[in-house]
Design a protein around this ligand. Structure first.
Ligand code: AMP
Length: 438
């Protein structure tokens, strides 16, 4: 199986026939619309942010949780002009369509309604784009069908993403809806990194290969790291450690991903909050044959009851550090296993890249847990890696270098921003398609 670079799918006809020149722009005032609504749709939740791409500012953000239950909750935060008080509504929200309508109502109350001519696009996070989607893509029926075809390899995520897309399309059928895929950044991986060493016919028949996830974050963070180093992405080799509740590492050479730790699903690789990361595949046969567990039970064990939770009962790194400070041995074991795996991936990706300019930490744990950063880099001086204790202990929302001046390789903390990256990619695509129509 070879990678098929996707041609940008055709725009819906109505957009093609009415090019968005500055005169015909929906914004009307001689400028193209600049707002992008970013939607991240889960099975029972809908997260959103409305951004203005003139200055990357947030106008509003929020989340609808427990969709389909009696106790649904919408939390909306207005952010424009210094922001306003958070608004919370509880009560049954039957489905994603009702959730998006409720969100639209909140935005309208802020003067930011979804019918606004300022809205340029709706950008959707889509977890699995397979090999076909290597770029952000304007969604049409054919794209929807392909995302649907990928459901067997992303059974937990793609169906929920599709619901969000269909709901938004029904609400604003005239607006470009853009899919930004978690897997897209990793489609540049060479076959040597993407292939599992299993029978090729079986693998290809079932689309079994390493796809990688968190790609939007790895793309954003590797680019921001280059900026932090005063270089272009093409000039640098970076190891990105995205350490949140889900966690993944990537090796990025000159702006292109050459390896990443997640595989066919987001289960492979690093130790995560509740996921095991790498295990010998024979563990699953053993659990089936010897422990008598069903496939579904093993799935739940490895995805929901493993990782930090499986090792010590907690998945929050703050709690684990607190327990370690109190002398808790299970928490210390969980931390050690977590760090050992992380260090192994740093070493592996150092070898894959040959030359490394920066190792960068991001996401909830990576951005906040100084002890994790210190422990992961400890002992790697021979690789030119070191962490300055004072710089590492600084708490900040800014991208920053935490290695001492003398270190050959920069160690950095770069806050991730997947919503901004989705908005940027969606907006850039809409602008490019608009200008190609002029
Ligand atoms: P994310 O999935 O990126 O939102 O990351 C969530 C995880 O980040 C939590 O489960 C915690 O383990 C971790 N985290 C968040 N804040 C802190 C903090 N201040 N110190 C240590 N870990 C943190």
């Amino acid at each position: 199986m070879t990678a098929h670079p996707s041609p940008t799918p055709a725009l819906p006809d109505e957009l093609r026939s009415t090019p968005r020149t500055s005169e015909t722009s929906a914004a009307g005032a001689g400028t193209a619309p600049t707002r992008v609504l970013v939607l991240n749709s889960g099975s029972s939740s809908l997260k959103y942010q409305l951004l203005d791409m003139r200055d990357d500012s947030r106008l509003a953000q929020g989340i609808v949780e427990r969709i389909g239950e009696e106790t649904s909750r919408l939390v909306h935060t207005p952010l424009q002009g210094g922001g306003g008080a958070k608004r919370e509504t509880t009560g049954p929200i039957a489905d994603h369509a009702a959730a998006l309508k409720a969100v639209a109502g909140e935005l309208t109350a802020d003067g930011l309604g979804l019918d606004s001519p300022e809205l340029a696009a709706i950008g959707h996070r889509v977890v699995h784009g397979g090999l076909r989607f290597t770029q952000p893509t304007v969604i049409d029926d054919e794209v929807l069908a392909e995302i649907e075809r990928l459901v067997p390899v992303a059974p937990l995520h793609n169906p929920a993403n599709l619901i969000g897309i269909r709901t938004a399309m029904a609400l604003r059928p005239d607006l470009p809806q853009v899919a930004v895929f978690d897997t897209a950044f990793h489609t540049t991986m060479p076959e040597a990194a993407a292939r599992y060493a299993i029978d090729v016919e079986t693998a290809d028949a079932h689309r079994i290969r390493r796809y990688g996830f968190h790609g939007t974050s790895h793309a954003y963070v590797s680019r921001e790291t280059a900026k932090l180093l005063g270089k272009t992405p093409e000039e640098v080799n970076v190891i990105v450690l995205h350490l949140g509740n889900g966690a993944s590492a990537s090796a990025v050479a000159g702006g292109r991903c050459v390896d990443t730790s997640m595989g066919l699903t987001p289960l492979e690789g690093l130790v995560m909050g509740t996921r095991s990361g790498d295990v010998d595949p024979a563990v699953t046969f053993h659990l089936k044959r010897v422990a008598g567990m069903s496939t579904d039970e093993i799935d739940v064990l490895l995805n929901k009851k493993s990782g930090l939770v499986g090792l010590c009962g907690d998945n929050d790194m703050r709690e684990i550090r607190r327990r370690i400070d109190e002398g808790d041995e299970r928490a210390a074991l969980a931390f050690d296993v977590y760090i050992h795996r992380l260090k192994k991936y740093i070493g592996a990706y150092y070898a894959v890249l040959g030359r490394v300019d920066a190792v960068v930490f991001t996401a909830g744990v990576g951005e906040n847990a100084a002890p994790v950063r210190e422990a992961a880099i400890a002992g790697l001086e021979e690789l030119g890696l070191a962490v300055d204790a004072d710089l590492n202990s600084v708490r900040s929302d800014e991208a920053r270098i935490i290695s001492p001046n003398y270190a050959r390789v920069a160690v950095a903390v770069v806050p991730t921003d997947e919503e901004l990256e989705i908005a940027r990619q969606s907006h850039a695509l809409v602008l490019a398609l608009g200008s190609s129509n002029e």
